[in-house]
Design a protein around this ligand. Structure first.
Ligand code: ZN
Ligand code: ZN
Length: 329
């Protein structure tokens, strides 16, 4: 397939004639001045004129004496007769395709601001180091155990009919009273045609070529699926029972009365015991009147007695290191 060529346009600087054709008008038809290759330009899109029968033999050379453009095939300047030797090719006209915006020029560094940032950074670093020091530095403090408390909780679960909703392909097997609706589940990308632009390039002999560049355009499309609303029987926390006490009362679990336990715990409305939680806490007081609270594991809590004097490690930040109580005699 032969390449298609179009006429570059040029304007005559001598007489002002404009829109002259790059390959047809090597000289101005009005005043006879030679074509100036630096004044070549692309026509408006849609007003391109094909250079019929044009054969590309190479970019023009500019005469070293009179600057006239000459065909690559010519051995002598058509304007002044000078030989081709020691000449250079004409400069090509830059394509008119949108160029990427220039890289943003970096804003000159504000030296004073930079110093401020360095100072701020140094201060933050010092602050961090101070906090770390306060956290890890400890001193020992004599304290008195002034209060022991415990709390125990049990969840009571009831077998009940609850509502649920899932995509139908993930419907639980035990679901009932199922109703389906159509809902958007995701999106997919579908082809929506082509975006094409003509890229024009000056070949340097008064003509230019066109190349079509296309890219596929996509649009997103909703994807629908079946959504299932249903009811299902599940064990659910119905209430929580709790017992609290101090040093005088030994820790014990609450004893919830379970509803419908006669059914054997399988029918709707049946109840069973669920998760258990327990907490063992002591309050500590220093001679200076400062106090701390520690949550302990039941073994250590049991071993300590109310009114006892203890050695507590206190952090630089003022918090108690409750783990230091483990090593008490
Ligand atoms: Zn002219
Ligand atoms: Zn010449």
């Amino acid at each position: 397939m032969t390449e298609q060529y179009f006429e570059m346009l040029w304007d005559c600087a001598q007489c002002g004639a404009h829109d002259l054709l790059g390959t047809t008008h090597r000289h101005c038809p009005t005043c006879g001045a030679a074509q100036d290759p630096t004044r070549r330009r692309f026509p408006q899109p849609g007003q391109e004129i094909e250079a019929k029968g044009h054969r590309f033999v190479g970019a023009d050379w500019a005469c070293g004496y009179c600057e006239s453009p000459n065909s690559a095939a010519a051995a002598f300047c058509g304007n002044c007769g000078a030989p081709k030797d020691g000449t250079k090719e004409v400069k090509l006209v830059q394509p008119d395709v949108p160029v990427s915006p220039a890289a943003p020029t970096p804003t000159p560094t504000n030296r004073a601001g930079f110093r401020w940032i360095k100072l701020l950074f140094a201060l933050m670093l010092m602050g961090g180091a101070l906090l770390a020091y306060l956290f890890f530095s400890q001193h020992e403090q004599r304290v008195q155990l002034v209060e022991k408390t415990w709390s125990r909780q049990i969840d009571v679960e009831r077998y009940a009919s609850v509502s649920g909703s899932d995509w139908c392909d993930a419907l639980p097997a035990e679901a009932y009273q199922v109703t389906r609706t159509r809902e958007q589940r995701s999106t997919r990308q579908v082809e929506a045609g082509q975006d094409c632009v003509d890229v024009r390039s000056d070949v340097g002999d008064g003509s230019f070529t066109k190349r079509r560049e296309c890219s596929t355009r996509y649009r997103s499309e909703p994807v629908y699926d079946n959504k299932c609303s249903y009811r299902i029987n599940r064990w659910q926390v119905a209430r929580t029972e709790r017992l609290d006490g101090g040093a005088a009362l030994a820790p014990a679990w609450p004893r919830p009365v379970l509803g419908n336990s006669l059914l054997g715990g399988s029918g709707l409305g049946a109840e069973r015991l669920g998760t258990r939680r327990e907490n063992y806490r002591i309050k500590l007081l220093s001679a200076q009147g400062k106090n701390w609270t520690c949550d302990l594991n039941p073994d250590i809590w049991t071993r300590l007695s109310q009114g006892q004097s203890l050695a507590l490690k206190v952090r630089g930040t003022g918090g108690a290191d409750c783990a230091s109580l483990i090593t008490q005699p």
